[in-house]
Design a binder for this molecule. Structure first.
Ligand code: PMP
Length: 458
């Protein structure tokens, strides 16, 4: 019955029985029927190129045949044990994942979502340091459980009552929106189309942002702290990059105060950034804890926290880590299949190759349209920030961005949104995307901008 549900009936059920907000992404919510690799099909058979990957989650492609085959095989063998029992998929996965991380990051805790992973990382940071205060960037998204809400500094997720206590925010060293820029790109908007480098060439600003970080350490937290969480590139906040060297210095300052450093790789991990498998490697830092989710299992619920033996022991002294579903046979088998596909299909190399190609093509739109304020990113994580005009850098009003977003969808391209004012388009396709598809995406986006300029001119 539900397979052939009429669209209006589905909408009614959604409004009555499911979250009304979830459907608000497009003017007319999409009802999806099927997915294949980088393509999605709606219930009427319309085809969309998926450049949002279910919020950066489908890493190797929708219903990837190899991942599906492994899932089906495991489904017929054993779905569930709890973490009380041994089963081969978990041991296979633990060896495979740990081999991808540098020493001493070799101990893996498996959970079910990014929020849960960051929850656990917060407990680890506090158990190990024996301190309370944790710092994260303004604009950061680290989850929406009551604990991680303290780390997520986006007003949409702040509540009127206390949650996530013991967390402090610090200025995000955003080279586009931050007060010190991008120094020269701030003064001269037509300059600096950043090539695919995690180090936008605006490094003078780094010292100013570090002063702000020190100010937070000196004024807003106790003398000793528990830790610092950072995404290597901010995802939900609109693909925000930091000046080169910032994280390295920040990590040193945190460690001087007894804190541990946590890299949230929920969006940046598993080769998406192209040049490296993990985002933290692009900053030349070694975190004490790494959290991962989303792309880890191509959309199957799974997440992980990877840390050192020492920190794992501190956690064990403090509490028993138990998780009914974490590390279940299905998730582990799928996780292994995803790692295999990333390797076999050279997905990381493809992120670097197609990602850089796509970034440079999108960057050309910045020269063509005054409302394209910034084009940035790395690998297959690209942000296009929309402004009223390049001089003011005021965000393009949300209704205008909504219309461009809707027009892209109507032309068969799905992209994401992000940023404080929802002003940034997030371009994060599955890692199997090709150059002709990147060309298609750029052309659709360009057409949507032309339509927009024509509407504005009327
Ligand atoms: N960290 C980051 C960087 C994220 O982007 C997200 C999800 N958007 C999370 C954590 C939370 O993940 P989940 O939705 O699986 O709880």
């Amino acid at each position: 019955r539900y397979e052939s549900l009429a669209y209006d009936h589905a909408l009614e059920i959604h409004r009555k029985h499911l979250s009304p907000v979830a459907a608000a992404y497009f003017q007319k919510p999409l009802m999806l029927h099927q997915g294949h690799m980088e393509w999605l099909f709606d219930y009427e058979g319309n085809r969309y190129l998926d450049f949002f990957s279910g919020i950066v989650t489908v890493s190797v492609g929708h219903c990837h045949p190899k991942v599906n085959a492994v899932a089906q095989k495991q489904l017929g063998r054993l779905w569930h044990t709890s973490s009380l029992f041994f089963h081969p998929p978990i041991h296979k996965y633990a060896e495979e994942l740990s081999a991808l991380l540098p020493e001493p990051l070799k101990v893996i805790f498996l959970v079910n979502s990014g929020s849960e992973a960051n929850d656990l990382a917060m407990v680890m940071a506090r158990a190990h340091s024996k301190n309370t205060d944790i710092i994260s960037f303004r604009g950061a998204y680290h989850g929406c459980s009551p604990y991680t809400l303290g780390l997520t500094n986006i007003s949409t997720f702040r509540m009127e009552f206390p949650s996530g206590m013991g967390c402090q925010s610090t200025m995000c060293p955003d080279v586009f929106r931050g007060p010190w820029g991008g120094s020269h790109c701030r003064d001269s908007p037509v300059q600096t189309i950043r090539k695919c480098s995690c180090a936008p060439d605006c490094c003078q600003a780094k010292d100013q942002y570090i002063e702000q970080f020190k100010d937070t350490l000196n004024t807003s937290v106790a003398k000793s702290i528990a830790g610092f969480f950072a995404e290597p590139i901010q995802g939900v906040n609109g693909i925000v990059q930091y000046p080169k060297g910032f994280l390295k210095e920040a990590f040193e300052l945190v460690r001087e105060r007894g804190g541990v450093c946590v890299a949230d790789e929920v969006q940046t991990g598993f080769g998406r950034l192209g040049s490296h498998f993990w985002g933290f490697q692009t900053h030349e830092v070694l975190p004490d804890i790494v959290t991962m989710a989303k792309g880890i299992a191509n959309g199957f619920p799974m997440a992980a926290v990877v840390t050192t033996q020492e920190i794992a022991k501190s956690l064990a002294r403090c509490m028993l880590h138990f998780n009914t579903f974490g590390g279940n046979p299905m998730a582990c088998a799928i996780g292994s299949a995803v790692l295999e596909v990333i390797k076999e299909e050279k997905a990381q190399e493809n992120s670097q190759d197609v990602g850089t190609y796509m970034l440079l093509k999108f960057a050309k739109l910045r020269e063509e349209f005054d409302i394209v304020g910034d084009v940035r990113g790395k690998g297959l994580m690209v942000g296009i920030e929309m402004v009223q005009d390049k001089m003011s850098r005021q965000p393009l009003p949300c209704e205008e961005v909504n219309q461009i977003h809707e027009d892209c969808k109507n032309m068969g391209l799905l992209v994401g949104r992000g940023g404080t004012f929802s002003q940034t388009f997030r371009i994060v396709p599955p890692m199997c995307v090709t150059k002709p598809e990147a060309d298609f995406a750029v052309e659709v986006f360009r057409s949507a901008l032309i339509q927009h300029m024509e509407r504005r001119a009327k």
